[in-house]
Design a protein around this ligand. Structure first.
Ligand code: ATP
Ligand code: MG
Length: 367
């Protein structure tokens, strides 16, 4: 798929722009603070209905404005798709082919994007929550059931944590509601973990090949799912549900004591290993960067597998962070296959030669 046209109204520093893109590589060139990242962010928000860099959606509205509109025309195998997202202080509305979408989980996934920015190094180096967020965002795009179960899970988790605190504070002694919430949590949790394992196994295979390629077979990349509930591998949803259910019952005293839910996918993590050693603790800066890149590029292939089409790729200031070989590998991988948006303060002649017929946009102060 590719994004053919994009219109922005009052989004960040873009008052009114209409752009039409190349199905291949689009290069956004500009000095600092001109609006390069803002443009990538707009595409990301159009796809995901939320920003990758802020949870405060008011920041997306141009200063002193009440409403922002992002709309785009996407070319997919099935035909043209018109997406529109209207952001205001009161909330947001999403439309696909002029029809307002009742649920955002239905809207997400129609335009698939993968974003890679320097801070993605934290995918390897950062806290478990960074990896969970990555998994949830990426898998949520390819599987609406995943997204649905996740939002249900989060809602129940919030309720359960609140209730655990009430019991802890002795505001209630009724354990029946806790049982009901544990049951629901285990049911949604099992669906989430089973899907995570399935997608991670596929992602691992692709990432392994890419890592091999970039390192000339010197490095074998593997993933390890670290679950807060032991023995989750190769289980059916039903088996896992029973298991989680038992965990929550057996550990309820501990959870009441701590006033929070200690077991479930919201506490899980994924480890990346190179030649069986944890990249987070033992990897060099370069290895960590390559691993993050391999995982992201693998995501492109996974999405194509699951949706039948390549997603679009957003690369924010990534080239400057990679050495020559890795730049070449990246640009070769995407060439002629994935629509790419690439931001950079300047384009060197060498890089330019690697990119096949790029469409270049010069950005100055949101224009
Ligand atoms: P860099 O090369 O430094 O990453 P950039 O071109 O990616 O720069 P952006 O982050 O896209 O820069 O844009 C930053 C500019 O957008 C800043 O000047 C900022 O003041 C402006 N800006 C951010 N949010 C808003 C907003 N809500 N309304 C108007 N302008 C905004
Ligand atoms: Mg930027």
């Amino acid at each position: 798929m590719y994004l053919d046209k994009l219109t922005l109204k009052n989004f960040r520093n873009y008052q009114n722009v209409e752009l039409s893109f190349s199905p291949q590589v689009n290069v956004l060139i500009g000095e600092n603070a001109q609006g390069k990242t803002n443009l990538l962010e707009a595409i990301y928000v159009l796809a995901m209905t939320r920003s990758h860099r802020t949870s405060n959606e008011r920041e997306l509205l141009m200063f002193k404005q009440e409403t922002a509109i992002i709309s785009g025309e996407v070319e997919r195998k099935l035909g043209k798709l018109k997406l529109e997202l209207i952001l205001s202080k009161k909330g947001k509305k999403a439309k696909a082919n002029h029809l307002e979408q009742a649920r955002l989980s239905q809207y997400i996934g129609q335009l698939n994007v993968i974003l890679f920015a320097p801070e993605d190094l934290s995918l390897v180096k950062g806290a478990p929550s960074v990896r969970r967020k990555f998994i949830d965002m990426e898998f949520g795009q390819i599987d609406p059931h995943y997204l649905h179960n996740l939002s249900q899970y989060k809602a129940v988790l919030k309720q359960r944590n609140k209730y655990l605190k009430q019991i802890q504070a002795k505001k209630t002694t009724d354990l029946v509601l806790l049982e009901v919430l544990s049951d629901q949590l285990a049911a949604f949790g099992a669906e989430i973990v089973v899907r995570r394992l399935k997608f991670l196994a596929k992602l691992e295979r692709y990432a392994q090949d890419i890592q091999k390629d970039i390192t000339q077979s010197k490095e074998k990349l593997t993933f390890e799912y670290e679950s807060s509930v032991t023995g989750v591998m190769d289980k059916t949803v039903e088996e896992l549900y029973q298991k989680m259910r038992r965990y929550l019952t057996e550990n309820s005293k501990k959870e009441i004591f701590q006033g929070t839910t200690l077991y479930g996918p919201h506490r899980d993590d994924v480890r990346f290993l190179i030649n069986t050693r944890n990249v987070q603790t033992y990897g060099s800066q370069g290895q960590q960067r390559t691993t993050a890149l391999a995982v992201k590029l693998a995501e492109i292939e996974l999405m194509r597998d699951e949706t039948g089409e390549y997603p679009i790729l957003l690369l924010d200031d990534v080239l400057s962070e990679l050495d020559g070989d890795r730049q070449t590998h990246l640009l070769k991988t995407i060439q002629n296959k994935v629509q790419t948006f690439l931001t950079t303060p300047s384009l060197s002649e060498v890089t330019r030669q690697l990119i096949n017929d790029p469409k270049i946009f010069k950005i100055t102060q949101g224009k």
